[in-house]
Design a protein around this ligand. Structure first.
Ligand code: GLU
Length: 425
């Protein structure tokens, strides 16, 4: 069965809107994106040919502030994945209490197969075609799957050239020293492990007594693995995509992966060198077995629609917590199965809100033109994530709710109040 992520995002919203008894006008407004741009980006390739890439930018809702969210580069990007991702950004910014709305962009491409020059021309082309959509007070892009700080700086440079001034708040996730914030790189992974720690503390679970299996070893998976291990947990398996073989593999070490060692043999897209991993004593298994590992914590940190009724039966009976660091890794038809088994879920738009939180800090610092130390950025991130977690956890306990539903109630209520106050419904 294949899933349409936008239908999943709408199903999640509809379920909670019903629980909240939300008025029909507000439902109609909040279940659809408010603005959407589609553009064609002609790019001169190194061989002299011109390739036309398809680009999207969607603003789901901007009642609480400028739309905010990453730009994803992926060969399977569709308008509906971008619509879903922009919707989740609205709820993410609201649950984290950032004065921002939800947006997302995408380009149908595979940067892993493009030269740096081709990538630069594609980034600049994206901004040239989408210029009318963007602005520090309108809609602010950032990195996402397969896009990085260098891509953001090329985009900002193109934007500022067209706008004829410096606008540091127009794009976040820039390199440190070029307007970026210290702590942004590790923010999503760290933020997820901060809320995992809060949940484990609240439930009396010790890191030393847990093992984890992680899907994805890009920026998010890497920093999550690092902090989880630092806190005393053992990562048993990491599954990641292999660019050469165009397939995924799971790397396993039963007595615990050495994260620094694996980082030293991976490339910037997360492909781990199999020969070197083998020499270091890792088992190399099919990509999808990460989900079946006998662990207490599952951390999906790759793409959407991974935990479904079809894959759920493989999950070990020892799993206590699913910490969703990807966007939309669990399909709505799987939530009842997870609930039935009593597995706790740290929902994606809470657990992975660390990235956009430090993006917001980057805007604040850029506006002041005064940059914080890494410690200050990380401390503020930790405070903000724990505050968001506390709100969700307390509501879930008080009303005996699944944590995803509790997070949705908090987020939808905030956005609902903003649209209502503005007179949009
Ligand atoms: N792409 C990240 C996300 O999905 C970060 C967005 C941002 O920093 O604006 O949350």
């Amino acid at each position: 069965m294949s899933y349409n992520p936008f239908e999943s995002a709408q199903a999640q919203f509809d379920k909670v809107a019903e629980m909240m008894n939300l008025e029909p006008d507000a439902r109609a407004l909040l279940r659809e994106p408010m603005k959407e741009y589609h553009f064609s980006i002609p790019v001169k390739m190194d061989d002299g040919s011109t390739k036309v890439f398809k680009g999207y930018r969607v603003n789901h809702n901007y009642a609480r502030g400028p739309a905010k969210g990453g730009i994803r580069f992926h060969p399977h990007e569709t308008a509906d994945t971008v619509r879903a991702l922009s919707t989740w950004m609205t709820w993410k910014c609201a649950v984290a209490d950032l004065p921002l709305g939800g947006g997302k962009g995408g380009v149908v491409c595979d940067p892993r197969t493009m030269s740096l020059g081709e990538q630069e021309r594609m980034c600049r082309g994206y901004i040239r075609q989408g210029f009318a959509a963007f602005g520090a007070l309108v809609d602010v892009p950032a990195p996402d799957v397969m896009s990085n700080p260098q891509h953001m700086l090329w985009m900002l440079d193109e934007y500022e050239t067209l706008a004829r001034a410096h606008y540091p708040g127009a794009i976040t996730g820039k390199p440190v020293g070029a307007g970026g914030s210290l702590g942004r790189t590790e923010a999503t992974g760290y933020g997820g492990i901060y809320v995992l720690k809060d949940l484990m503390d609240a439930e009396g679970i010790k890191f030393e007594d847990t093992r984890a299996s992680i899907q994805g070893f890009g920026n998010v998976g890497e920093y999550a693995a690092r902090l989880y291990t630092e806190y005393g947990g053992k990562v048993i398996t990491i599954s990641t995509y292999d660019l050469g073989d165009k397939t995924s593999y799971t790397f396993r070490k039963k007595d615990g992966c050495n994260i620094e060692e694996l980082v030293s043999i991976k490339d910037k897209f997360g492909t781990i060198d199999k020969a070197k991993a083998k020499d270091l004593g890792y088992e190399i298994l099919p990509g999808d077995v990460w989900i079946a590992e006998d662990v207490e914590i599952l951390i999906p940190a790759a793409l959407e629609s991974q935990i479904t009724p079809a894959t759920f039966p493989q999950i070990s009976k020892n799993v206590k917590i699913i910490c969703e660091l990807a966007n939309g890794p669990t399909t709505p038809d799987c939530d009842p199965l997870i609930q039935e088994k009593g597995i706790m879920v740290l929902p994606d738009f809470l657990a992975n809100a660390g990235g956009v939180t430090v993006s917001y800090f980057e805007q604040v610092q850029g506006n002041m033109n005064y940059f914080w130390s890494r410690e200050e950025a990380i401390e503020k991130l930790h405070y903000s994530m724990s505050k968001a977690f506390k709100g969700v956890y307390e509501l879930s306990k008080e009303k005996n709710l699944y944590m995803r539903d509790a997070a949705y109630i908090i987020a939808i209520d905030k956005v609902y109040k903003a649209v209502k106050q503005r007179g949009w419904c």
